[in-house]
Design a binder for this molecule. Structure first.
Ligand code: NAD
Length: 492
C-alpha cells in the first residue's frame, strides 16, 4: 500500500479513481497522505464486488473454515502491528501505548473472539407438541444477512472497524467499509492484511470519503446493501436511518453518549479517583464510553474534586512516540473548535474550570496540532448546556448530590443512555444502583472492562440494537425457521 496516496480497496485490490483529499496529522497539522474519495460509481463497484464474493466460493465456506481464516487475519494483524500502529498514530495522534494496548491489540482480539464463537455456535431447536400426540420439530437456520455496509468513526478506528467486520465475516457476510474521512489509513491497510491472510477477494472492501453527498451516503443508499452497521453521532444515525428507510434496511447503531459516574461517600476514593481519571481523559475524552458528568456525594465532594484536579494536572500532552506522553490532541481543528465552544458556554452558565479551560502552549513543532487542555468544571447545574450535550473531549462537569435516589435520577435524566459507572464500597448498593442505570452498560468500581461476549450498545439517542457475542450473530444473520411435521397425519 502506498503511504502517500490511499486508494479504495475493491474486489481484493487497490483501485485507481476518485478525487484526492488531504489526511491531516492532528499532532502538528502536517499532511500525512492524500486520500482518493470514492464517487457513486466506485461505491457501486464495491457493492457489486461484495455481492459477487457472497455468491462465489465464500458462500460455501463452513463456519469452521471461516474461523480458520479469521485466526490467520488475527495473526497477520499481530505480525503487522508496527504498520497498523504507525497508521493509527499518524491519523489520530494518540499516544503509542494507547494505540498499541487498545486499538491494535483489540483488533486481533476481535477476530479471535468471534472466530471462537462462530466455530462453536449452535442454533435453537425445539419440539412443538399437540394434546393429541402430533408433533413438529422446529429449528432456525441462520443465514448471512448478505452485503453489509460498515460505517465507522475516527476515535478508535481499527478497534471499532474490526468489532463489526469480524462478526460480519464470521457469519458469512461480505462487507463494504467506510472509515472516517479523518482516519482512512488502518482500514485501507487492513485490505492488504486480509489478502495476505487468504480472505477471498471481495469479502472485505473499503470505500473512502465523507458522509453526506459522498461515499457514506452513496453506500447507505446503494442498491444491493442488505444491512447497515454504524458507529458515530446520534444525528448521523438518524440521517442514515432516513436515507435507508425506502429499503427498510436492518440497522445496528452505536451512537453518542453523555455518560455519568456516581461517586458515593463509601467508595475507596483513591481507586475511584484513578478510575474516574481514566474514564474522563482516555484518548483525550474521545471514547464514546468516556464520562462527562460526575455526580459526587456531598461529604466527599471537595476531596474528589481536588483528587481529580491533581490527576488532570499530571497528564502530559506531547509527541505520541514519547513514553511520557499520556494525552494526545483532538482529532482535528474543527473538533477542537467545537470542544472549545463549550469552554465559553460553561463560563457563561456558572462553571468554574478547576483545572484547564484553555489551549495549551505546545513546544516547537507541535503548535499546529489541535491541542486542548484537560478540563474539569465545578459550579455547573445539572441542567446547564455542558452537562447535557455530548462534547467528546477531555472534559467533565463535577456536581454534588445528597441521596442515592437523587443520584439515580440525575444520572438517568439524559436523552442518551450508553454507559454509566458507580463507585461505592457497598456491593449491595453497587448491584442496586448499577441495575437502575438507564444505559447499555453499567460498571461498578471499574470502567471500560469489556467481555466481548456481553451485549454492547445503548438506549435512547445512544443506539439501536446490541452487538457482542450472540447479539452480533443475531444482527449479522437472518433466521429461517424450518418446521417439520413428525407424524404421518397432517399437523394443524
Ligand atoms: P460521525 O457521525 O460524524 O461520523 C461517523 C461516520 O459516519 C464517518 O465515517 C462519517 O463519514 C460517516 N457519515 C457522516 N454522515 C453520514 C451520512 N449522512 N451518511 C453516511 N455516513 C455518514 O461521528 P464521528 O464524529 O466520526 O464520531 C464521534 C461520534 O461517534 C460521537 O458521537 C461518539 O459518541 C460516537 N461513538 C459511539 C460509539 C459507540 O459505541 N456507541 C463508539 C465510538 C464513537
Amino acid at each position: 500500500m502506498s503511504t502517500d496516496t490511499i486508494r479504495n480497496f475493491i474486489g481484493g485490490e487497490y483501485v485507481e479513481g476518485g478525487m484526492p483529499f488531504e489526511n491531516v496529522n492532528p499532532v502538528d497539522g502536517s499532511v500525512v497522505s492524500k486520500v482518493l474519495e470514492a464517487d457513486k460509481s466506485l461505491v457501486e463497484e464495491a457493492v457489486a464486488a461484495a455481492r459477487r464474493a457472497l455468491e462465489g466460493p465464500w458462500g460455501l465456506y463452513t463456519a469452521v473454515q471461516r474461523a480458520e481464516v479469521m485466526r490467520r487475519i488475527a495473526a497477520r494483524i499481530e505480525e503487522r502491528a508496527g504498520d497498523l500502529l504507525a497508521a493509527e498514530i499518524a491519523d489520530t495522534g494518540k499516544p503509542l501505548a494507547l494505540a498499541r494496548d487498545l486499538d491494535v491489540s483489540r483488533a486481533s482480539q476481535n477476530f479471535r473472539a468471534f472466530a471462537d464463537q462462530i466455530a462453536s455456535a449452535g442454533t435453537e431447536s425445539f419440539l412443538t407438541e399437540f394434546p393429541d400426540g402430533r408433533r413438529a420439530l422446529n429449528y432456525a437456520l441462520r443465514k448471512p444477512l448478505g452485503v453489509v455496509a460498515v460505517i465507522v468513526p475516527w476515535n478508535l478506528p481499527l478497534l471499532l472497524l474490526t468489532w463489526k467486520v469480524a462478526p460480519a465475516i464470521a457469519c458469512g457476510n461480505t462487507v463494504v467499509v467506510k472509515p472516517s474521512e479523518e482516519t482512512p489509513s488502518s482500514a485501507a491497510l487492513l485490505g492488504e492484511i486480509m489478502a495476505e491472510a487468504g480472505l477471498p477477494d471481495g469479502v472485505y472492501n473499503v470505500v473512502q470519503g465523507f458522509g453526506p453527498g459522498s461515499a457514506g451516503e452513496f453506500l447507505t443508499t446503494a442498491e444491493g446493501i442488505d444491512g447497515i452497521t454504524f458507529t458515530g453521532e446520534s444525528g448521523t444515525g438518524s440521517a442514515i436511518m432516513r436515507a435507508a428507510a425506502p429499503w427498510v434496511r436492518p440497522v445496528s447503531f452505536e451512537l453518542g453518549g453523555k455518560n455519568a459516574a456516581l461517586v458515593f461517600a463509601d467508595a475507596d476514593l483513591e481507586k475511584a479517583i484513578a478510575g474516574l481519571t481514566r474514564s474522563i481523559f482516555t484518548n483525550s475524552g474521545q471514547v464514546c464510553l468516556c464520562t462527562e458528568r460526575v455526580y459526587i456525594q456531598r461529604p466527599i465532594f471537595d476531596e474528589v474534586v481536588a483528587g481529580l484536579a491533581e490527576q488532570a494536572k499530571a497528564l502530559r500532552m506531547g509527541n505520541p512516540y514519547d513514553e511520557a506522553t499520556t494525552t494526545g490532541p483532538l482529532i482535528s481543528q474543527k473538533h477542537r473548535s467545537k470542544v472549545f465552544s463549550y469552554f465559553a458556554k460553561a463560563e457563561a452558565e456558572g462553571g468554574l474550570a478547576v483545572v484547564g479551560g484553555g489551549v495549551p502552549q505546545m513546544p516547537a513543532g507541535l503548535e499546529g496540532g489541535s491541542w486542548i487542555e484537560p478540563t474539569l468544571w465545578t459550579g455547573l447545574s445539572h441542567d446547564s448546556t455542558p452537562m447535557r450535550e455530548e462534547i467528546f473531549g477531555p472534559v467533565a462537569g463535577l456536581v454534588p448530590f445528597d441521596t442515592e435516589e437523587e443520584a439515580v435520577r440525575l444520572a438517568n435524566d439524559t436523552p442518551y443512555g450508553l454507559a454509566a459507572s458507580v463507585w461505592t464500597g457497598d456491593l449491595e448498593r453497587g448491584h442496586r444502583v448499577g441495575g437502575r442505570m438507564r444505559a447499555g452498560i453499567s460498571w461498578v468500581n471499574t470502567w471500560y472492562t469489556r467481555d466481548l461476549r456481553s451485549p454492547f450498545g445503548g438506549v435512547g439517542l445512544s443506539g439501536i440494537g446490541r452487538e457482542g457475542g450472540l447479539n452480533s450473530f443475531h444482527f449479522y444473520t437472518e433466521p429461517t425457521n424450518v418446521c417439520v411435521a413428525l407424524s404421518n397425519e397432517e399437523v394443524l
